[in-house]
Design a protein around this ligand. Structure first.
Ligand SMILES: [Zn+2]
Length: 77
């Protein structure tokens, strides 16, 4: 069964979700990752435009997990 298309969490945005935003209050960290397949109450879907323009509050740390270094990718055997 195909899951319904997911859209950006921004109220005024109708773009399809392209990234997943998650955050942890304890460590004041925000993560932007490739779109998760599972819907989860602690994560938010964002389109590429809003994910790329993501700004975190002062004192928070933004970790963009989509930008992995080319050399760090696991090699296919
Ligand atoms: Zn958007």
């Amino acid at each position: 069964m195909a899951s319904p298309a997911r859209h950006c969490a921004k109220p005024t945005c109708e773009n399809l979700a392209a990234a997943t935003l998650s955050y942890q209050y304890e460590t004041a960290t925000v993560w932007v990752e490739h779109l998760h397949h599972d819907d989860h109450p602690m994560i938010h879907d964002l389109c590429l435009r809003h994910a790329d323009s993501m700004v975190v509050p002062l004192g928070w740390d933004l970790q963009d997990m989509r930008e992995s270094a080319p050399g760090a990718l696991p090699k296919a055997s």
